[in-house]
Design a protein around this ligand. Structure first.
Ligand code: NAD
Length: 361
């Protein structure tokens, strides 16, 4: 009997619906090959939800997400809603979704594709073969630790305070996500911290080291964050999975992503506790400058769907199939404008989707 998955679709704003249509068509096309079926339910989020309901994350949308096996999101935002008070802006929906679904792990792959190697700002020999997954803790650390605020001391001097704090269970659960992800990839985890200076990092290192005993087939190393920043630029091929806290992960995941140089190709995943729905979405925004013009690259959205299969639904063969389809499509020289290079064939979003479907066939 085929497995059925309930997927909530959140196309959001800007190019969202154009790229989502391609991802859904791809999922529908590959489903029978892997004895899968999908029940898709679209819901409103971001600016389009504000226009219809007055709120960027309507209660029905959150309820639909909670009741699904996974959530496929495109992007939210646009100038039209930029002047609203901050609690009513489209981006609030993303925070509400993370909180509402308890998503504590952010997974950002940075894979340099041979066909797009010239898009990187680094030398070809440095980035060739780079395939990194940054696992960032998303709901703890310095962004949430207390006390926080700007205070006035007894001398009338203003003092800004944030607190970097992690508990053992918080570190263990993000560590598990990283080790489990490594089992599905290169079986290598590098934990990044600042344990030479910060006590919170000493606890982090201790917990991750203890956890590694449960994963004997995964090789664990530790690196200080300043060195990790240098190594990402100097010799990025050494990394498989990088696991780190909220602040370090925020910075390192952007740096790692830019090794690839192409924003229209980058997917991401946010995960909560096992068996709860994760969110899978491109790294890029709603690209209002090209919305409705059939110019968007749909591949980050398609690769987000592949991440959904791999990390959300554990359908590894189906994920591999989509990813290799994307590689074949690029091999055939088909490109959207953002990744166009000499000698390639320029296609719009829709035609790129159709070309991918024939490749997958
Ligand atoms: P953006 O990522 O939307 O666009 C940056 C540039 O990259 C633009 O030139 C755009 O045309 C291009 N681009 C992005 N995705 C592309 C794709 N798939 N194919 C081809 N080109 C692509 O970032 P921005 O312009 O800073 O933000 C636009 C809106 O998106 C803002 O309202 C912002 O708040 C929002 N945003 C949302 C998310 C999200 O939903 N997760 C993330 C970032 C920005």
């Amino acid at each position: 009997m085929s497995k059925n998955y309930k997927i909530t679709l959140l196309p959001g704003d800007g190019i969202g619906s154009e790229i989502m249509q391609v991802a859904v068509a791809v999922l529908e096309a590959i489903a029978p090959k892997f004895d899968l079926s999908f029940s898709f339910e679209a819901a409103l989020v971001g600016g389009s939800a504000i226009d219809t309901t007055g709120h960027p994350l309507p209660a029905e949308t959150l309820a639909a997400c909670r009741a699904s096996d996974a959530v496929l999101l495109a992007a939210v935002g646009g100038e039209k809603w930029d002047k609203l008070p901050s609690h009513l802006r489209p981006e609030q929906a993303l925070l509400g979704l993370r909180e509402g679904l308890g998503l504590f792990a952010n997974l950002r792959p940075a894979k340099v594709l041979p066909q797009l190697i010239d898009a990187s700002s680094l030398k070809k020999e440095v980035v060739e073969g780079v395939d990194i997954l940054v696992v960032r803790e998303l709901t703890g650390g310095i962004y949430f630790g207390k006390p926080k605020g700007i205070f006035i001391d007894e001398n009338g001097v203003r003092r800004g305070v944030n607190t970097m704090a992690y508990t053992e269970p918080e570190i263990d659960r993000i560590g598990k996500v990283a080790f489990e992800a490594a089992l599905k990839r290169g079986k290598n985890v590098c934990s990044v911290d600042k344990a030479n200076v910060l006590e919170v990092s000493q606890l982090w290192r201790d917990c991750i080291t203890n956890l590694s005993a449960d994963y004997p087939s995964v090789k664990l190393s530790h690196m200080y964050v300043d060195n990790a920043a240098m190594q990402l630029l100097k010799y990025p091929k050494q990394f498989d999975v990088i696991v780190t806290g909220n602040l370090f992960g925020d910075i390192l995941s952007d740096a790692a992503a830019m090794l690839t140089g192409s924003i229209g190709m980058l997917p991401s995943a946010s995960l909560g506790v096992p068996n709860s729905p994760g969110i899978f979405e491109p790294v890029h925004g709603s690209a209002p400058d090209i919305a409705g013009k059939d110019l968007a690259n749909p591949l980050a959205q398609v690769l987000s769907a592949a991440m959904m299969l791999r990390y959300g639904l554990n359908e590894l063969a189906a994920a591999d199939y989509i990813e290799s389809g994307v590689m074949s499509l690029l091999d055939s020289g088909k490109r959207t404008g953002d990744i166009m290079s000499e000698g390639c064939q320029l296609l719009g979003c829709k035609a790129m989707g159709e070309a991918l479907l024939s490749t997958l066939d």
